[in-house]
Design a protein around this ligand. Sequence first.
Ligand SMILES: *Cc1c(COP(=O)(O)O)cnc(C)c1O
Length: 450
Amino acid sequence: MTIKVAEQKTIEQLYQSHPLLKSITATKALTWFNPKLQPFAEVAQSLPLGSEEITDAADRLRRFAPYIAKVFPETAASNGIIESPLIFIPLMQQSLQKLYNHPMHGRLLLKCDSHLPISGSIKARGGVYEVLKHAESVAIESGFLTLEDNYQKIDSASFKTLFSRHSIVVGSTGNLGLSIGIMGAQLGFQVTVHMSADARQWKKDLLRSKGVKVVEHQNDYSKAVEEGRLEAQQKPRCHFIDDENSQDLFLGYSVAAERLKQQLDDQGIHVNEEHPLFVYLPCGVGGGPGGVAFGLKQIFGDNVHCFFAEPTHSPAMLVGMYTGLHDSVSVQDFGIDNKTCADGLAVGRPSAFVGHVMEPLLSGIYTVEDENLYRLLALMHDSEGIDLEPSALAGVPGISKVITEGKAYLERYGLTDKLDQAVHIVWATGGNMVPSEEHLRYYQKGKNLL
Ligand SMILES: *Cc1c(COP(=O)(O)O)cnc(C)c1O
C-alpha cells in the first residue's frame, strides 16, 4: 500500500509557487481557468485513447442492448440503450438570473443523468459498462458467447451459474457501488462494495436487498478503494473495478458524447465556432466527468468548453491539476476536511489518469459551497419540478462563473461577443433514486437558505 502524502516542506513551497492554494485551503468558492488548455488538433494525436476506443465501447453497449431491454424493462422504450433526456430549463435560468443578479446569456440545458435507468446516476454509464465488458469477456473465454450472438441468451440459469463463480469488487462513495451492485447481481456475479463513510444508508440497504455484500468503512473514499483493491488481490477469479484508474469506466462514460451530439442535432442545436458549447460537470475522482468531457472534445474539439465542478471542501481534482501533482497530493495534505453534503463528490485524492488526460483538454474547475448546492436544489425543484441530489447541482453555477469570472478566458478564445449564441449544459449527475423523505430534507434545507 502506498500512502502518498506530500512532505510538509513541499506543501510550504507549493503555497509560494501556487498563490491560489491559499483561497482553496480557506475553502473559498473560486474559479480556476486551466493555463495548459491546448488547441484540440495539436494534442489529439498524443492522447492515450481516441475515437476508436470510444466506438468500441459504444458497439459493446449496442451488443448488450437486447439483454438490457429484457432484464431492465424501463429501458425497453429505448431498446436497451441506457440514455437520459436533454432538456431546456428556461425557468431555472430565470431563477438564476434573479439569484445571482446578472444576465444569463445564452441557452441553458440540463442533461438528466439523474434519470438514467438502472441506477439513477451518471454511474449507470461507466459502472454498468465495465461490468458488462467483464461479463462479456468471461462468457467468451468460457465458450458461452460469441460476438455474433443475440445477448438476450445471457438472461439464463447457465450464465448465472457461470458468473456466480466470479466476483467483482469496488470501492465507492455510494453511486458507483449502486450501479456495479445492481448490474453485477443481475448477471449473477458475487459483488462486494466497499462503502466510504459518506455513503447514504438507503444505498447500502438497497444493495443488501439484492444480495450484494456491503462493507462499511469509517474513512473516506480513498480508503474504501484501497480496501477493495486489497480484497480483490487475495481472491481468485475476481475483477476489481478501479475507480481511480480504470480506462473501461472512462470509456463507458465517454460514449455519452456521441449520443449528446445526436440529441443536440434532434433539437436543431448546432455547435460550431459561432455557437460555442459550455458543459459543467460535477467531479469526484474524475472518471465520470473526465470520460464525458473527453468524448465531447473528440466530437466538438475547440468549440466545446468543459468545466469540472467540485465542493469547496473536496477540491481534489483542482488541487491535483493546479499543482500538476495529481494523485501525489490530497486535499487533506492542505488541511481540507473532505466533508461535504455532495456525497458523490466527497473525494480527497483525484485520479492521476484522468488528471493527465484532461490536462490539455479541460477549460477549468470551479468550487461550490454546500449551502449553495442546497439552495440550487430547492430552486431546481421550485422552478422546473426536477429533484436532484446535492452533488448534481454543482454544475448549475457554471454559467454564472463563466459570465462573471471568465472575462480573460472569453477574450483569449474569441468568445466575448458570442455569449448570446452559446449553449450551456449542466450535467445533472444523480438523484432519481433518492428516497422521497430524503429529497424533502434536502429541499427544506435549501428552501431555508433562499
Ligand atoms: C460519481 C458521481 C459524480 C462524479 O464522478 P467521478 O467519476 O467520481 O468524478 C458526480 N455526481 C454524482 C451524483 C456521482 O455519483
